[in-house]
Design a protein around this ligand. Sequence first.
Ligand code: ATP
Ligand code: MG
Length: 393
Amino acid sequence: MYQAFLIKYAEIAIKGKNRYLFEDALIFRMKDALKKVDGIFHIRKEKGRIYVETEGEFDFDETVEALRHIFGIVGICPVIILEDRGFDALAEEVIRHIAAVYPQKNFTFKVEARRARKNYPLESMEINAQLGERILAAYPQLKVDVHNPDVRIHVEIRSQINLYSEIILGPGGMPVGTNGKAMLLLSGGIDSPVAGYMIAKRGVEIDAVYFHAPPYTSERAKQKVIDLAKIIARFSGSMRLHIVNFTDIQLYIYDQCPLEELTILMRRYMMRLAEHFARENKCLGLVTGESIGQVASQTMQSLAATNEVCTMPVYRPLIGFDKQEIVALSEKIGAYETSILPYEDCCTIFVAKHPVTKPNLNVIRKDEKKLEEKIDALMQAAIETTETVHISE
Ligand code: ATP
Ligand code: MG
């Protein structure tokens, strides 16, 4: 029935002079996502509107599903594009459209006409009234409700006429690539994939780093993180995932320092290594899934201790969220089922029964002095043995 989609984008439309940059980024993302869908698609930009036009057969559901993952899109409207053959022909098309899309004629409606082409003989209000009359004449069971209609029948008079009545919600946000790039610390848990989603939603491109500790953490745990990266990539576009072997660093800290401080010390070295890869990949910040007070390593004192070693901004989009809110988002983006699969985390092996919740920075710095002999070489080795995987959804 449909051969085209009208794409609605809100926030990016207000960016003034830079608007074309945002539109172009959006179109780039759309093209990328539609590559994986059966069908031939043409994307056209025209005066504050973006159209996806299809050639021949295409998979409607897959197309909508692909577009629903693109930040910057607020609405996906399957649209019928008509040539202007006069008002009678338009009314007939509208009546045909209702017959095709709404087999049950038991709803209220409203016509919402917009006359962008001012030489059209009827004004918007006249189009609303006259089309409404024609629809009621064809389907007397229907009712008009101008305040709260079940169906809004949109008629846009431009060089062509756009007719649409369904709006499928998009994810909102800004097109990825319009706001630089950040390095996500991605673990196999619930939080960090959600954090990645939220930063990408603001238009930020993402690279990710995962610290594993073979043989204490398994291949399966690593595969789980790869799977989570793929889920994020549905929204963020393809990314690089840097898989760092953290075992020797972890064992060295375990050997030299009190067990209660292990987690904080590990997190400091993770941040340092993440920053190295961030710099190497032109990222402007780090992203974590931390939220105040969730665990011992996320008290204000612990966060301060972790943050101390960072020179780049660290973005923590979940900082004020409760676990339930994070879980709801995790489900919404389709990550939850994967996140809750059992796995070993390098942070949970050798973990202290009673980790410090208020780390003292002087103590932490003193602990790190005990690592002076070997830590630089171990960090260097971790960097050199890092495996980088290219992730696309
Ligand atoms: P998550 O659900 O994201 O694993 P969490 O509640 O388990 O978070 P922590 O394990 O304390 O919390 O980790 C806090 C943050 O540190 C994570 O959200 C993630 O950004 C980062 N992080 C923790 N472990 C790793 C790891 N092995 N590799 C990469 N990043 C990690
Ligand atoms: Mg974790």
